[in-house]
Design a protein around this ligand. Structure first.
Ligand code: G3P
Ligand code: MG
Length: 258
């Protein structure tokens, strides 16, 4: 149900480095992490960029939005200075560059499709189609046996809060696994997860209950939580059968925690 790493660094390097940057990946590696969650949205010219916020002002200075700015202009913005002077000049990564770095360093990826409003299907399609191209070698290698992947963890896991984005990802690259992200588990979660062809449900650890965890796992889905920064809570939800989670506190909760 969950062939992936159990403990995943949130947004690159959690709270130890500017989020969604290569510096974040380096911080994760320095703490032994070979698993990352990060966010992707489209630039004005339709290129996937690793960013969390649709608008400037927090991780990059100034006024404006990702959806209204071309990728080349985003890529030279400073996504590190807000975090600390030692990270000044850290760029906004292109999605393809981020994936290349992860693959070279053998970092498993939970790719969160984070569309800006109105670009849900376009973003889901772009991320899935581009990921398929970037993993063409793995797909050729692992899907040779009647469609049964020999090493499912060699592929990244796409996820999104946007049902429209996930449906578009499913249609563009059905062979890539998908996790359905929800803040709270709705009553009809199983029907929705099945309709999306999801392999896992990703949910906010704050609202998850033990019976919900049991039901999701009993139905055959993986169960992943965000964002677990307290070791006691981590132990509690792992005890409920949660398969994995992402954490900001990569200094407190290591890759071998589970
Ligand atoms: O993918 C889980 C988590 O990252 C969702 O919240 O806002 O940190 O992208 P956010
Ligand atoms: Mg995210």
């Amino acid at each position: 149900m969950w062939p992936y790493p159990k403990i995943v660094a949130h947004r690159g390097g959690g709270t130890l480095a500017p989020e969604n940057t290569i510096a974040g990946l380096r911080a994760g590696l320095a703490h032994g992490f070979h698993a990352v969650e990060f966010d992707v949205m489209l630039s004005r010219d339709g290129i996937g960029m690793v960013m969390h916020d649709p608008d400037f002002g927090r991780t990059v200075a100034g006024v404006g939005s990702v959806a209204a700015t071309d990728a080349a202009a985003l890529a030279i913005m400073d996504a590190g200075r807000w975090f600390g002077p030692q990270f000044a000049g850290e760029p906004v990564p292109f999605f393809t560059q981020f994936v290349d770095y992860c693959r070279a360093q053998r970092i498993w990826m939970n790719i969160e499709i984070k569309p800006t409003d109105g670009f849900e299907a376009q973003t889901g399609r772009w991320v899935a189609a581009t990921t398929r191209e970037l993993f063409a070698d793995v797909l050729a290698d692992t899907l040779g046996d009647g469609g049964a992947a020999r090493d499912p963890a060699a592929l990244p896991l796409l996820s999104s809060f946007s049902v429209e984005a996930l449906a578009a990802a499913r249609d563009a690259a059905p062979e890539l696994p998908r996790g359905w992200l929800v803040d709270r588990i709705p009553d009809d979660w199983e029907a929705q997860a099945r309709a999306l062809g999801a392999v896992a449900v990703h949910t906010n650890q704050k609202h998850l209950t033990a019976p919900q965890a049991r039901a999701i796992r009993d139905a055959g889905f993986g169960l992943f939580c965000y964002t677990v920064n307290d070791a006691g809570r981590a132990r509690e939800i792992l005890g409920w059968g949660v398969d994995g989670f992402c954490t900001d506190r990569i200094d407190l909760i290591g890759p071998g925690f589970a």
